[in-house]
Design a protein around this ligand. Structure first.
Ligand code: NAD
Length: 365
């Protein structure tokens, strides 16, 4: 059975790095890698062939693969040339793209979506959302430090003393917690807020100060994800954020509500009152942004405040991001590939959730 890996069109990352190839071969798979797929993650074609993979054109990978792997899904046009019985493995985000499930079902294609893997302890080693969010949280702090006209740590020097920077993190999920840890390591004072009650202890354990806003809806049946808050709560939260934002040097926002537009936590009126030179990094930019002024994939200035809108900061560290991605892929594939053949146990919660095309078929029958 052939596992094909496509070169990403918009990312520097690659879904499989050469060093993990033996683990895929141990499952009985033959690997076909699109030419130059790993180049921007520092892996040339030779590195893949040395591990026993074959290099092919994009057309060949599309046409020959029994399992077709990519980070972003192939285009509709490209899907016309894949094998009818192929298994697609990518991030389809069916909770955001409401058409994709029906579209793939109509084409008769089976597809796994990494973002549909449940966020359970058992699935942790397969969770690409977590591994990429963790890198994004780290990188967000470095980006902020790069743009900030100040130090992060407190310094006492012969030339005078420097106050530590204050970092405000909104949304303390995987990315937010990594931002808190990284900002603390650089010596900043860190404050954070999240609507999930469980986040409070996590923030405190990393040395951050948790901001209290009473009355958040926290639904444990939402699979660990946050639920949408009512307008009264969001207004009180914005007031609290505004007070902190005026004193902050850096705001990192990561607040997302799965399948919905990101909540606006930093309106223009707040940015207007921030200190000159301060920096906002908005990791929710691709789903509308937590800052009202964010522009997706752009760095802009409002007065003297820098606003970085980027939800794919993991792509700024393609080498390690690709290694972790590969490890997530192999851990996931071990659950449904045995001795070179498919073994799709639909009783397995991870498989049943991720194979989103099949799940929908069952529901509608
Ligand atoms: P996410 O990217 O969906 O959202 C980021 C954070 O924003 C979340 O912590 C969310 O609560 C918060 N948020 C949403 N609305 C907000 C608002 N109005 N104000 C402030 N914060 C707001 O989250 P994620 O990082 O993908 O994590 C989702 C959940 O999955 C978390 O509970 C996390 O602990 C859990 N998780 C579990 C595992 C596992 O056990 N395998 C792995 C990873 C994540």
């Amino acid at each position: 059975m052939k596992l094909g890996v496509l070169k990403e069109q918009e990312f520097k990352r690659v879904a499989i790095v050469p060093e993990t190839i033996p683990k895929f071969q141990a499952l009985g798979l033959e690997l076909v890698i699109e030419s130059d797929a790993g180049l921007q993650a520092m892996h040339n074609n030779d590195a893949y062939t040395q591990q026993g993979a074959t290099i092919a054109s994009r057309k060949e990978v599309l046409e020959q693969s029994d399992i077709l792997l990519s980070i972003a899904p192939p285009s509709d046009e490209e899907l016309k040339s894949v094998k009818k019985e192929v298994i697609l493995l990518s991030q389809f985000e069916p909770y955001n793209d409401k058409e994709v499930t029906a579209k793939l079902q109509k084409m008769g294609l089976r597809a796994f979506s990494f973002d549909m893997i449940p966020r359970t302890t058992l699935a942790q080693a397969m969770d690409v959302l977590s591994s990429m969010a963790s890198i994004a949280g780290y990188k967000a702090v470095l980006e902020a430090a790069h743009h900030l006209p100040r130090y992060f740590p407190m310094l006492i020097t012969a030339a005078g003393s420097v106050r530590p920077a204050t970092v405000l993190v909104l949304g303390a999920g995987v990315a937010g917690l990594q931002s808190i840890a990284t900002a603390k390591r650089l010596g900043a004072m860190v404050e954070a807020f999240d609507t999930r009650a469980a986040a409070k202890e996590e923030v405190k354990s990393l040395g951050g100060k948790f901001i209290e806003v009473e009355g958040a809806k926290d639904d444990t049946s939402a699979g660990g994800y946050a639920v949408e808050q009512d307008e009264d709560f969001l207004r009180r939260q914005r007031e609290e954020v505004q007070k902190r934002a005026m004193k902050a040097d850096v705001i990192i926002t990561t607040a997302q509500v799965r399948g919905r537009k990101a909540p606006v936590l930093v309106p223009k009126t707040t940015v207007d009152q921030m200190k000159p030179g301060s920096v906002i990094v908005d990791l929710a930019a691709s789903t509308g942004g937590n800052c009202e002024l964010s522009e997706n994939n752009k760095v802009i200035k409002h007065n003297e405040v820098t606003i970085i809108g980027n939800s794919f900061l993991a792509d700024g560290m393609p080498q390690d991001a690709s290694l972790l991605y590969s490890n997530n892929v192999i851990n996931f594939m071990k659950t449904w590939v045995k001795e070179g053949a498919l073994d799709l146990d639909m009783e397995n919660e991870i498989i049943a959730s991720a194979l989103f095309t099949a799940e929908k078929e069952e529901e509608s029958s």
